[in-house]
Design a protein around this ligand. Sequence first.
Ligand SMILES: Cc1cc2nc3c(=O)[nH]c(=O)nc-3n(C[C@H](O)[C@H](O)[C@H](O)COP(=O)(O)O)c2cc1C
Length: 195
Amino acid sequence: MEKVQWKAGTMVYPLPAVMVSCGIDEEDWNIITISWTGTVNTDPAMLYISIRPERHSYDIVKKTGEFVLNLTNKELAYATDWCGVKSGRDFNKFKEMKLTPMPSSLIKTPMIAEAPISIECKVTQIIPLGTHDMFLAKVMAVHADKQYLDPETGAFNMQKAGLIAYAHGMYYELGNQIGKFGFSVKKKKGRKKKK
Ligand SMILES: Cc1cc2nc3c(=O)[nH]c(=O)nc-3n(C[C@H](O)[C@H](O)[C@H](O)COP(=O)(O)O)c2cc1C
């Protein structure tokens, strides 16, 4: 097997492209698209977002110490991209993208009503890394759009929600399911026992 070596760079893909809503006072409400994000702890549930200090949202999140991480889907792809190329310094992104600010339950920042999943977060630590500052945050509450829940089990239907993946500057829909947690070690039904 032969490999090509590239210089150090950002190569962990696919990633989500989420819309982070921020701002407590209505005149400060804003949305920034973020891909440098991920879960970092299970209990307490914690995640991070990395923001460049020059972004309009940076000061808002730093000042308020909270944000809502809104997952995005196919229907929100246009708004996701737009909120990632325009600044809240120049536009009211909620109004421009016809997105609905909806009150959160445990923090003052509004979530985006149209998002399939909205995660209320409180910042616990800000770590300067170079180009970006990493905002470590504790998950306070999670809100799921009922239309994507199985009415019997309450499970979130990923396929139905049409979540977005982001890789090398492109947006994608999720493809077909190819496995399930633990499927590699699960015994196949109907397999005859070896004598
Ligand atoms: C798909 C995508 C992912 C992005 N990821 C990040 C990110 O992780 N961190 C960041 O600081 N900016 C990221 N950006 C850029 C900001 O979203 C963009 O600069 C935005 O206009 C900032 O808005 P604001 O000035 O209103 O805060 C991303 C943009 C796109 C389109």
